[in-house]
Design a protein around this ligand. Structure first.
Ligand code: HEC
Length: 143
């Protein structure tokens, strides 16, 4: 391959990592749904700490009201349409040795789960009201 074309290919791959992973069907992938795609990740990887009883003063993920909040430092946990500005994504993308990296301890979200959360936020972070939008902490919730 000609050197400059090679460089262009690398640049393209770096620039569009998400597109590169998507199957080339030409059909846009369906929008993610909160209940099917997002709830299980939050329930398994975040809820046992981020619930009202365990961390009453921190963002909680048991419903939209407790999740769409700002930290005392003014950072929004979820910014619909903008994963890069969402603290939820920043926190889980940090290397585990880094202060502020989430989860603090325990099983980390997989790369696939992180990209699902990012995509969900990009698609508008739709979090339904009412029962559908409620997540119960798993059985091992600490009190
Ligand atoms: C083992 C318990 C634990 C787990 C699991 C956990 N967190 Fe946290 N999280 C904490 C604690 C404790 C803090 C507060 C840290 C601090 O203030 O220094 C925190 C803080 C945060 C903050 C920053 C909030 C703020 O006010 O600064 C975000 C965002 C966050 N967590 C997201 C997540 C997400 C998303 C998950 C799941 C992928 C998760 N956490 C899993 C314990 C946990």
């Amino acid at each position: 391959m000609h050197a400059s074309r090679f460089a262009a290919a690398i640049l393209a791959a770096l620039h569009f990592p998400v597109l590169a992973q998507e199957p080339a069907t030409g059909v846009p992938p369906e929008k993610l749904t909160f209940e099917k795609d997002i709830k299980p990740i939050l329930r398994e990887k975040c809820l046992h700490c981020h619930n009202r009883k365990t961390l009453p003063d921190k963002p909680g993920f048991e419903n939209a009201k407790r999740a769409f909040v700002k930290t005392p430092g003014g950072l929004s946990v979820i910014v619909p349409g903008d994963p890069e500005k969402s603290l939820m994504i920043t926190a889980i993308s940090l290397n585990s040795m880094h202060e502020g990296s989430m989860p603090m301890v325990g099983e980390r979200p997989t790369a696939e789960e992180i990209s699902l959360l990012k995509r969900w936020i990009k698609e508008g972070a739709n979090w339904p009201k009412g029962r559908k939008g409620k997540i119960k902490p798993p059985f091992h919730a600490r009190e």
